[in-house]
Design a protein around this ligand. Sequence first.
Ligand code: CA
Length: 233
Amino acid sequence: MSRILVVEDESAIAELISINLRHAGFEVTLAGSATQAQYEVDRVLPDLVVLDWMLPGQSGVALARQWRSTARTKELPVIMLTARAEEGDKIAGLDAGADDYITKPFSTNELLARIRAVLRRKAPEALDSAVEVGPLLLDPSTRRVTRDGAEVKLGPTEFRLLHFLMTHPERVHSRSQLLDRVWGDHVFIEERTIDVHVKRLREALDRVQCARMIETVRGAGYRLTQHSSAVSA
Ligand code: CA
């Protein structure tokens, strides 16, 4: 389930957004200030942040800028909320690194559409669309992985791990990146836990001759590849 952090100090708006997002199937965490938002992000990296511009203390724009300059949060998808529709504000928000921008009052349908669009672009593993890499097909809505119709049985963690790797193929992911993006937690889980789940994933994929699609990149992490040499017939 995708995790969305809503940073908004006006509780009525925060509640309205969170009710609608939960209804749409997202897991929602609320923060009422930049300090609280940073605390939540340090704890568990969300898939996307809905960030209000006007917050008590540090502003949403300053927080977005801070996230963009930090390695762990550089790619964090952010949608800025603002009460002001001035062009200059919009530019400042996008300059600070927001992926999109929405002006209050807005309809929840519009917010949902923008959230899905940003996720599709930046975190497709947070959505329910089926994904295909090489001969492997993964469908989050049915929680099934198949190769030529043959089903691969996976535990929930291996499924999430494969989903993330399939939506970001051919790229090397460090263990700490995987902890953040797949587990949402880089503090309380040991990195070798990943090796255990990768091993299980490879064992499951081996039954459909796809184990070699998961490559270990020495000193760097793991990568999913669709190069034909990695896939036996
Ligand atoms: Ca506010």
